[in-house]
Design a protein around this ligand. Sequence first.
Ligand code: TXA
Ligand code: MG
Length: 347
Amino acid sequence: MLHRTGVQNKAEPQPQNLDGVAALRHPSDPMSTSAPILPATDDAIAQAAAHLRAGRLVAFPTETVYGLGGDATDDHAVAAIFAAKGRPSFNPLISHLPDLDAARKLAIFTPLAERLAANFWPGPLTLVLRRRPDCPVSHLACAGLDTIALRVPAHPVATRLLRATGRPVVAPSANPSGKVSPTQAQHVRNLLGDRLALVLDGGACAIGVESSVVDATGDRPVLLRPGGVTLEALEQAVGPVTLPEHDPDAPTSPGQLASHYAPALPVRLNATNAAAGEALLGFGPTDGTEALNLSRAGDLQEAAANLFAMLRALDRPGLSGIAIMPIPETGLGRAINDRLRRAAGPR
Ligand code: TXA
Ligand code: MG
């Protein structure tokens, strides 16, 4: 493929590169089971943007996990995302924007939201805010709520794609609902290849757990989902944060389901060693009996980046379960433990 520079805002898709479109139209066609994985050249980004603007779905990298992207203003594209993931339609999606100015057009920014955006955007923070009356995002994307979740990701490929598309892009993690999130392009193709026009490859995701979701509609932030921005960092920037599990009156996120992020095998937490048939996923220095280790150095950032890929690697037939050593409940450990509790939750 020719590498063309500087055309990402204008280029039309090349007809010879539309294999993914056929895939969308004919999901039973055996030729169509895998969308192409393209290195994120300017040309590939222009193609991806054209697909999005035509209502098709593309997967793209962010700093947290790979997203399953669709035009947020297109009800059909949004419906196709819910269908592809098998996601309940009461669980709203995040709209992704290239910058704060684009985000301000969609929602009412409280002073708290301005401070959070100034501190953490671009980055792994999602803000839940009231929709503007003229917000063009599909109501289906917001599950009919009068709030909207907004995120400005810090990944150059995501930013280029969002600029080239020129519209808000909804992007849940690119995995079937309830399953382990993808942190590499190949994971996405294995999971959802037949639903996509293409997968943009931006390498492995640096953070590895999803964004923190914060309700910023009021004066005090409510942490709806722990994620890539730690509670400690949020509190340092904007003061005390409400945790809904401690406050029954706080807003909650409709997406916080008990079973989520789950491999096929049962998951056992706070394990010190593996029972017969189990694979042990270690953390920190060990006696060496673990199958894989999230971080031998006990580094939570390294552990978060490894989490989903290692769960995926250990999810093998022939094993009876995955046993996971304890992870401290600080910093990124909160997001890791949130995902692990749901991976181990009642199915
Ligand atoms: O890191 C991420 O956030 C990734 C990447 C691809 O950007 N995306 C992601 O999307 O994790 P998803 O759809 O898997 O998670 C969206 C979360 C859900 O927990 C959902 O309930 C919550 O955001 N959410 C969305 N809109 C909301 C709203 N209006 N009010 C409360 N929670 C909302
Ligand atoms: Mg998800």
